[in-house]
Design a protein around this ligand. Structure first.
Ligand code: HEC
Length: 164
């Protein structure tokens, strides 16, 4: 009886190890159909990247959730929550107008100037020009984060196309 239990254990462990190795090796290359659908979704994101909606949404996400310090400014990361979530869209509209663009609602944008000045102006400057390379300039078009995103999507697209 003891031997039977012993062998059962051995089989159990061998079974476990085999399962582990199969899960590790089971990493199939994405099929060309997967690649085609990734290509499609990247192309559609790239086609929208200069739109007002895309840019406003980028700014809203940063107001609400922050920016992790990937843009290369001396101050590092920005925390989310400097403005109330319900004001985020209107502030984003105002920020878009700082680079001379039309926002999705310029009247609301103008009304939100005061929110921008009191919540964001301390770091980004009242005119949005940033401060001595420590804080981003918000008057450039497109914003740095958007041009970085565009570059990384273009690279990904190219490498997906090359791998077909
Ligand atoms: C305490 C300083 C500080 C405050 C206050 C602040 N920010 Fe920032 N912001 C930063 C820093 C630092 C970064 C760069 C983060 C990074 O590198 O990821 C940044 C990044 C950004 C970016 C991305 C810029 C780009 O070029 O892509 C936007 C947009 C932005 N902030 C908008 C705002 C808005 C709107 C407010 C007010 C609600 C605000 N920030 C308040 C420090 C601040």
């Amino acid at each position: 009886m003891r031997y039977i239990i012993f062998y059962l254990f051995i089989f159990f462990f061998i079974g476990c190890e085999q399962q582990e190795t199969t899960t590790v090796t089971a990493q199939p290359e994405p099929s060309s159909q997967d690649k085609h659908s990734q290509i499609k979704s990247i192309e559609s994101e790239l086609s929208l990247i200069s739109s007002v909606a895309y840019q406003e949404n980028y700014i809203i996400q940063i107001i609400n959730h922050g920016s992790p310090g990937i843009l290369g400014y001396k101050a590092g990361a920005m925390e989310g929550g400097y403005a109330h979530e319900s004001d985020a869209h209107n502030i984003a509209r105002y920020v878009l107008t700082l680079s001379g663009q039309k926002s999705s609602d310029d009247i609301q944008a103008k009304k939100s100037e005061i929110f921008y000045t009191s919540n964001c102006g301390g770091c980004h400057g009242h005119e949005g020009k940033g401060l001595n390379g420590a804080f981003p300039n918000l008057t450039i078009k497109p914003l740095l984060g958007i041009s970085m995103k565009k570059k990384s999507l273009e690279l990904k697209l190219q490498s997906l196309k090359n791998s077909l």
